[in-house]
Ligand binder design. Structure first.
Ligand SMILES: NC(=O)c1ccc[n+]([C@@H]2O[C@H](COP(=O)([O-])OP(=O)(O)OC[C@H]3O[C@@H](n4cnc5c(N)ncnc54)[C@H](OP(=O)(O)O)[C@@H]3O)[C@@H](O)[C@H]2O)c1
Length: 247
């Protein structure tokens, strides 16, 4: 196990610790959970988060070519465009100043007049399917780059391949759990960055993966800690015995 400095505040290698591999496309999930595995508290991830988690969250955004999120996450968490940051100048050299958000949706029930679609420095991407309402598709295409990847629902493999074709190969998925489950089932998850907060919350929140069972073997490649929060980085096991995940 590779263990960096135990306190991420003093860790000069934090960018290096989360660097994407340069030689291949890579899909990273970033999630926060309570110690008993809840993916939300009072309907949102914020109450599970911490200062350190927010710093890692921002850094992972800065390192990515594109940020993928499910429409429920976009609606619940009130997603706007990614704001530019001075501290990203170096890590984003040769790329747009911010990564676009790519929203996965079938209903297209999104606020197309909102900032995410009208005020994004990197044009927002909407990933949808043939079954989406056609009038909404036309409206969405005026304000976003529209990707149609699937018939009744978005086929995650096709969606990710479309992103790659646009040169967006460092993919960060910020959830939610229903999107994560489908990415895992399609064998597309290369890495999981999981912040574990020292909280028990109970209740009926989903875990970070919510859907058909999809077992993906992982290696724990890194653990950082700050204020009792663990920042775990798991990579897909090279010789893993996955069940339910399509190769
Ligand atoms: N703990 C964390 O780090 C974290 C991270 C993210 C989110 N969250 C929490 O998770 C909750 C939301 O997650 P969720 O799992 O309920 O939903 P989600 O995965 O964010 O989004 C689900 C939505 O994505 C669209 N979708 C999913 N699969 C699709 C497919 N195959 N084809 C087309 N569209 C598809 C649908 O949108 P339409 O309804 O528009 O068709 C569906 O309603 C929120 O409470 C949020 O706060 C927590």
């Amino acid at each position: 196990m590779r263990r960096i400095h135990p306190d991420i505040q003093d860790n000069p290698d934090i960018v290096q610790a989360y660097a994407y591999p340069e030689d291949r496309p890579w899909l990273r999930l970033n999630m926060v959970a309570s110690a008993d595995g809840a993916a939300w508290l009072k309907g949102r991830s914020g109450p599970l988060s911490s200062k350190g988690d927010k710093r890692v969250f921002q850094l992972l955004r800065g390192l990515a070519d594109v940020i993928v999120a499910g429409a429920a996450t976009v609606r619940k968490e009130g997603y706007g465009p990614v704001p530019p940051r001075d501290t990203w100048a170096e890590i984003r050299q040769g790329r747009p100043e911010v990564p676009p958000i790519a929203v996965i949706t079938r209903s297209l029930a999104l606020d197309l007049d909102g900032e995410l679609f009208c005020d994004a420095p990197s044009r927002t991407i909407v990933i949808t399917c043939e079954a989406a309402p056609h009038d909404r598709r036309r409206e969405a295409a005026k304000r976003a780059d529209l990707i149609v990847a699937g018939e009744e629902g978005v086929d995650m493999r096709r969606a990710v391949a479309e992103l790659h074709q646009r040169g967006l190969t460092k993919v960060l998925c910020e959830g939610g759990p229903r999107i994560n489950a489908q990415l895992s089932a399609a064998g597309l998850v290369d890495e999981l960055c999981l912040s574990i907060s020292p909280l028990l919350v109970g209740g009926g929140a989903a875990r970070i993966q919510n859907g058909e069972p999809a077992q993906v073997a992982l290696d724990l490649s890194q653990v950082l800690e700050e204020d009792g929060v663990l920042f775990c980085k798991y990579t897909r096991a090279v010789h893993g015995d996955d069940e339910g995940a399509q190769p």
